[in-house]
Design a protein around this ligand. Structure first.
Ligand code: KG4
Ligand code: ZN
Length: 334
């Protein structure tokens, strides 16, 4: 039988990526071009610059993905693309490229929700078991997702202000650490001998939502006060305090959701899954109750197109195709 080759494009933020995945699980190529160097001097992603870079990269990356996969255009089965949520100008580049390919090759077009991509990245490693709970944490997302069955999931909690990675990057900037600051805070936290305690935002009673802006302000206040007093910054102790607050809230809510929804697996995804403290804390809590914790390799946790192809394969099986008027939707809901 002919293999199903899905070519997927991801341009929702600052990574341009094109991948070809065979039968939903076998990665034939997954080319990722990060713009992090470009955005570093601005201390964050500049949307207009991101769009322009996607335009410059997309054509050669399509060629590169086909070459690396050793798959010819005529062998492709479908074209998939992230059509939201994300930066509208960035999404538009991928959506336009995908539509052009689908039209020219007369192939079905599949629109994929970015978070579905993060979740189904796991299918590239091992099959998911349902029900499951996923914690998606990155520079743009902080979501707790309940996966009832294949293709059926809903967001049960999300951030009301900053995404986790965004909060990390902002406090890192206040400590004069380079962008993206998450890994630096993580490293400093591990070097600290004691923490400067910072508040936790639990929100109302049983809410699964998150808020990190209060924590961020609390930390920035401490930094400003010590600057005003001319004291040296206690960067490591502050990093540990910040990290402990973030992890405490993320882990507590994820574990409560896993219990409430009878999860058979807890899935961790997104760039912040790289955080050593978060992984260790989740692993310890899951081990205590015998709940399998699934964390895809980091290359599949950060934004990439293979995860979009994996999610698209489920839609392929159900023949859930998009029309050629598919739109980039910055606020697309699950
Ligand atoms: O998924 P990702 O590569 O890009 C998107 O945001 O879509 O995630 C990047 C985010 C950045 O905010 C970065 O600071 C954060 O993940 N990050 C970390 C760590 N490694 C990356 N945050 C905390 N600890 C880390 N070790
Ligand atoms: Zn992402």
């Amino acid at each position: 039988e002919q293999p199903v080759y899905i070519l997927a494009i991801e341009t929702s933020c600052d990574e341009t990526s094109v991948a070809i995945v065979e039968n939903g699980t076998r990665i034939r190529s997954n080319v990722v071009s990060s713009q992090v160097e470009t955005h570093r001097r601005y201390g964050g992603v500049v949307p207009e610059i991101a769009s322009r870079q996607h335009v410059e990269s997309i054509t050669w990356m399509l060629q590169e993905a086909l070459e690396q996969a050793d798959v010819r255009l005529e062998e492709l089965s479908a074209i998939a693309v992230t059509n939201g949520p994300g930066l509208v100008g960035a999404l538009l580049v991928g959506v336009a490229a995908a539509k052009a390919l689908a039209f020219a090759l007369e192939l079905p077009l599949i629109g994929v929700h970015h978070i579905a991509g993060h979740i189904y990245a796991n299918q590239l490693v091992q099959p998911l078991e349902y029900p499951a709970v996923a914690l998606v944490v990155s520079g743009g997302h902080t979501e707790l997702v309940y996966l009832e069955s294949e293709g059926k999931f809903r967001i049960i909690g999300q951030t009301r202000d900053d995404a986790v990675g965004e909060a990390y990057d902002k406090v890192a900037r206040a400590l004069n650490l380079p962008y993206p600051g998450g890994p630096h805070i993580d490293r400093l936290a591990h070097e600290a001998e004691h923490e400067i305690e910072l508040p936790r935002a639990w929100l109302e009673g049983d809410s699964y939502d998150f808020s990190f802006s209060g924590l961020k302000s609390a930390m920035l206040n401490v930094v400003n006060q010590s600057r005003m007093r001319g004291e040296a910054l206690q960067s490591a102790q502050l990093s540990l305090g910040f990290q402990n607050s973030v992890i405490d809230v993320l882990v507590t809510k994820a574990m409560r959701a896993a219990a409430e929804f009878g999860a058979k697996q807890l899935i961790l995804a997104g760039g912040v899954a790289a955080n050593r403290g978060l992984r260790a804390a989740l692993a310890a809590r899951c081990e205590e109750i015998g709940l399998p914790l699934i964390v895809p390799p980091l290359s599949l946790c950060t934004d990439n197109a293979a995860m979009i192809a994996a999610a698209a394969f489920l839609k392929w099986n159900k023949r859930e195709f998009a029309e050629l008027d598919l739109k980039a939707e910055p606020l697309l809901s699950l």
